[in-house]
Design a protein around this ligand. Structure first.
Ligand SMILES: Cc1cc2nc3c(=O)[nH]c(=O)nc-3n(C[C@H](O)[C@H](O)[C@H](O)COP(=O)(O)O)c2cc1C
Length: 354
């Protein structure tokens, strides 16, 4: 008997496509330029094949693992994604509760529509990370970091692939700007207001002069592990380690920044080889299936981040919808690990992917 409800992550995406207004939908769904990288993020997973091993005891499979020493129930984190109250009034606090219920880490964005304190209060016992855009106003940047530290965020994820906004043509076509009634407290701190701003406006607040030296100073100043998000090349992965990064997120920002760069999953292995275990490497972009997560683990990722599907979940049914997405992924990963012949994420090796 069919219930007619969604069965997988993409089903939820299709469901909400008709419900969201054109502006917010284009902002959430879109990528930069011709959206080649956006499309390739998902296509890259279909080019990889899993190679199962048989007659392995898979009577007791766990999806649990750790990232930077924190235990998580599945190797999937909530990616930092802007403007979540534009998807649903539950916004970032709802997303934080969903992540906590699923047993994983939420990474809150600088462009969140809630304060770091509100997000922390929504799920006080859950681990959380803070994504930082280093702003030209260093006073505001320091205030954001201090607040994250004070509110118990366990890591800082510095996004380094966005010195300005990518050319997002869906936003140009819809004339997208932050709708009235939606506030990004971090941006309001720097710009005085956030409603009415375009992505080009709020990215113009980012410090485009940032270099490795500044990064090193930041690492020394904050007493939190710093991950760099938006690393594409092995050369930059090496520099990240040399300048004190505690982790690397191989990411092209969901295809929203420089178009025509490779999919994250295709860049992962070079970075993992360069890093040689010195720090943990995470990856994001286009993860829609448990099997995608296994491919990422096999190529050396500690865990993946998921962006848009969680927005679709939130837009569909608020906190419960985001929870549904994480539960669906966990259920898929558990089955897929069993069929791959790997009783846990730690058992997935390079030999499991061809
Ligand atoms: C609507 C939207 C907003 C985003 N906002 C941010 C952000 O504020 N900071 C950031 O570092 N990355 C941001 N990202 C990128 C995500 O963290 C992540 O890299 C990307 O969504 C992963 O790809 P996926 O959406 O295919 O899972 C955003 C992505 C989307 C789709």
């Amino acid at each position: 008997m069919s219930t007619g409800g969604p069965v997988n992550l993409r089903d939820v995406g299709r469901l909400v496509a008709d419900r969201l207004d054109a502006g917010p939908h284009g902002y959430f769904a879109g990528g930069a330029g011709d959206e080649r990288t956006l499309a390739d993020n998902e296509a890259a997973f279909s080019r990889r094949k899993l190679l199962p091993r048989v007659l392995v005891d898979v009577s007791d499979v766990t999806t649990a693992t750790t990232v930077l020493g924190t235990e998580i129930a599945l190797p999937v984190l909530v990616a930092p994604v802007a403007l979540q109250r534009m998807a649903h009034p539950d916004g970032e606090p709802g997303m934080a509760r969903a992540a906590a219920a699923a047993g994983t880490i939420m990474c809150m964005s600088t462009l969140a529509t809630a304060t770091a304190r509100e997000v922390a209060a929504a799920a006080p016992d859950a681990p959380r990370w803070f994504q930082l855009y280093v702003l030209r106003d260093h006073g505001v940047t320091h205030a954001l970091v201090d607040e994250a530290v004070a509110c118990g965020y366990r890591a800082l994820v510095v996004t380094v692939d966005a010195p300005r906004a990518g050319r997002r043509e869906r936003d140009l076509r819809t004339g997208f700007a932050v709708p009235p009634g939606i506030d990004m407290p971090g941006i309001t701190l720097a710009a005085g207001h956030s409603a009415g701003l375009t992505p080009a406006d709020f990215f113009s607040l980012v410090d485009a002069s940032l270099t490795w030296k500044d990064l090193e100073r930041l690492v020394e100043a904050v007493h939190l592990p710093v991950l760099l998000k938006g690393i594409h090349s092995a050369a930059d992965a090496r520099l990240a380690i040399q300048h004190g990064a505690a982790g690397i997120v191989v990411s092209n920002h969901g295809g929203r920044q420089l178009d025509s760069v490779p999919a994250g999953i295709d860049l992962l292995e070079d970075v993992v080889q360069e890093v040689a275990g010195a720090v943990e490497v995470l990856v994001d972009g286009g993860v829609r299936r448990g099997t995608d997560v296994l491919v990422a683990l096999a190529l050396g990722a500690r865990a993946v981040l998921v962006g848009r599907p969680l927005l679709w979940g939130l837009a569909w049914d608020g906190e419960d919808g985001a929870r549904w997405i994480l539960d669906a992924l966990r259920t898929e990963i558990e089955r897929d690990l069993t069929l791959l012949g790997a009783p846990s994420p730690a058992h997935v090796t390079r030999a499991h992917v061809v």
